[in-house]
Write a protein that binds this ligand. Structure first.
Ligand code: IGP
Length: 268
């Protein structure tokens, strides 16, 4: 049982739903990312998705694409992201981290080295959105050996693949609320609650939902049926809008407080 498993067990015992923010490491810069991680925890985040910026984020909408572009100007790599996680731990951050990366950056450093680095830096979970279940056997074996939970994405269109995905799932199940790419939404896939409840009926693992969730009302809606709610683009947009403050030494603290307050109002 790793830190993330423990966190979900604690929340379940308390009847609470995990708030799982996503941010892109290095956006707008690496030092600010460490400060933002500290603010996310202070705001009530229970698990944190640390996104590895990538040049071809095919599943991401424009907000996260822009965040990746900004981060890539600082030459952020997977190794940088893992170092940032360690820096946050050194600053006293206790919440579990889920590394979010496309598969190509993992292949570039090699699977064995990648999992050794993850395990050495207290990363609890891993999401690779473009690793299909059919090609995940070796990654799953290495993740299990390293004690890292390989978290699968399940979409309303997964249908007959859902059973195989759930059989190989670790950590939690990430239910994608809508088809398409990431980005704030005012509505979700028709029958999304039924889809989530169907997944819940078929697994003992915690079930979280993400994609499009951008305000407290939507978090409340999904918190009533899920063990976790992921919010990415809305937070990444808030970071983007606050960059002028975050990068001004005179107004940095004001900017960090605005991000903390934005995330805190999502906590139910
Ligand atoms: O941004 P949204 O719509 O709030 O969705 C969460 C999402 O950002 C995060 O989980 C994520 C970022 N990039 C992804 C790519 C695929 C699946 C999920 C993701």
């Amino acid at each position: 049982m790793n830190l993330m498993d423990q966190k979900f067990a604690e929340l379940k015992a308390a009847g609470r739903t995990a708030l799982i923010p996503f941010l892109t490491v290095g956006d707008p810069d690496l030092d600010t990312t460490v400060e933002l991680i500290i603010q996310m925890e202070a705001a009530g985040a229970d698990v944190l998705e640390l996104g590895v910026p990538y040049s071809d984020p095919l599943a991401d909408g424009p907000v996260i694409q822009r965040a990746s572009e900004r981060a890539l100007t600082s030459s952020v790599t997977i190794g940088t992201c893992i170092d940032i996680a360690q820096k946050a731990r050194q600053r006293g951050v206790k919440i579990p981290f889920v590394l979010f990366t496309y598969f190509n950056p993992v292949l570039q450093i090699g699977l064995e080295d990648f999992f050794q680095q993850l395990a050495a830096h207290d990363i609890s979970g891993l999401i690779i959105p473009d690793l299909p279940i059919e090609e995940s056997a070796q990654v799953l074996e290495l993740a299990d050996t390293a004690g890292i939970s390989l978290v699968p994405l399940v979409a309303p269109t997964s249908n007959e693949r859902i059973s195989r995905i759930l059989t190989n799932a670790r950590g939690f199940i990430y239910c994608v609320s809508s088809l398409g790419v990431t980005g704030e939404r005012s509505s979700f896939h028709e029958g999304v609650e039924q889809f989530i409840n169907d997944v819940k009926s078929r697994t003992d693992l915690p079930v979280a939902v993400g994609f499009g969730i951008s305000n407290r009302e939507q978090v409340e809606r999904f918190s009533s049926i899920c063990d976790g709610v992921v919010v990415g683009s809305a937070i990444v947009r808030k970071i983007e809008d606050t960059i002028p403050l975050l990068t001004d030494s005179e107004r940095r603290e004001e900017g960090l407080l605005q991000i903390r307050e934005f995330v805190a109002q999502l906590k139910v």
